[in-house]
Design a protein around this ligand. Sequence first.
Ligand code: HSE
Length: 441
Amino acid sequence: MKTFNIAIIGCGNVGGGTAKILQEAARELKKRAGGKEIKIKKIITLHPRRQAGRYGLPIELFCSCKEEISALQSDAFIKEALKDPEIDLIIETIGGSSGRIHNLHKSILKSGKHLVTANKAVLAKHGSSIFDYAKKQKKSVGFEGAVCGAIPLIKVVQDSFTGDLINSVAGIVNGTSNFILSRMSDKGAGFGEALKLAQKLGYAELDPSMDINGTDAANKLKILIQLIYGIPATEQGFEVKGITNVSKEDFMVAKSLNSTIKLIAFAKKEGGKVYACVQPAVISKQDYLYNVNGATNAIKLDAKYSGGHLFVGQGAGSIETGSAVVSDVVFIAKHGYIKDITQSAGPVKHSLADFNLYPASYLLIIKTKDTPGVIGAVGTAIGDVGVNIENVAQSIISGDGWYLPVEVSKCAAKQLDKAVALIKKRKPKLIEEYKYIPIFK
Ligand code: HSE
């Protein structure tokens, strides 16, 4: 039986873990690939010797046995791999969303090889285009590792829900921010302190911006929305808020309401429209997501016929994400193709709506002074815009601030904007700061 040869471009965290599994589990994988031996023909990285040592891989698998090669040499090895007629599939695990990576994806497909990647940033940026290009070249693009690392979500959404309609998807899809928020919640740490610890323990990158500003979570949500609702990732402009503004005081308030705060990626179909956002949300103790701590990811899918489903697992990590990448390689080796991003939503294309119009319950936190008439002024303005107050919780005193938490029944965030504008007009000095956080029940 023919060998199925692959090359791996980029041997960092995910590439290294992928290569390790392909080596370690080779016999099992051969059985699963219908008897085809999956062989690593070349691993291309700028640091061959170091990465071989780090992942326990034979140096012979690498493009060079040197400690370091130049970018130019690496490009030459990539060209060689593209030209090699024996290579059937190339795994891109360099990362990043630059034009260079998108062009590399195209070159891989143009050279007649399948592509497997865990690179959510480039897939979200270019949407269907790489999949359309793959179709033209009669090749496939596997991307199971791109959304929530090890959690087998892509194939499940594509294949296991074909008999159902997914109403909503909501969950924790970024481990770094979840680690930081868990630390703030459990230890009362401030954002900066929790971020430093995440960096020290290797959860957060030296430049953690994509994780903490919500971009990474948004990229994953875009891929899921395209899969589930057929809206191309390139046409999705939804609200993305990161965790940098979540404060100690927010957690104090949440705690007093038997809740915590998590960064939630959310999409829900209602009346033919899809409302989506990535933002910190209040999660109550009764919700399963409440106990999802540290770097773990968890996704809740709600389907019309089968009801609720929960997927929990490691959303990042070397061999964890590697296992998802390998699953695509094995699938393609066995079947000669893998489904693309456009093949699960069916012909019904939905449109995206402004989340600020979505009726959600909110926790409004107003930083003000403890003076007579505050609650009255806030309550009257909220009532005047037709929003119902469910609960005015115990105020929090912290530092120089007095924080008033108000829970409101389902309303559009735009109505709360109006209420805040009214308060500011009537009592210009009353609000020092304010925020509203959706309560996802
Ligand atoms: N940096 C991501 C996280 C993993 O912290 O979950 C890769 O998307």
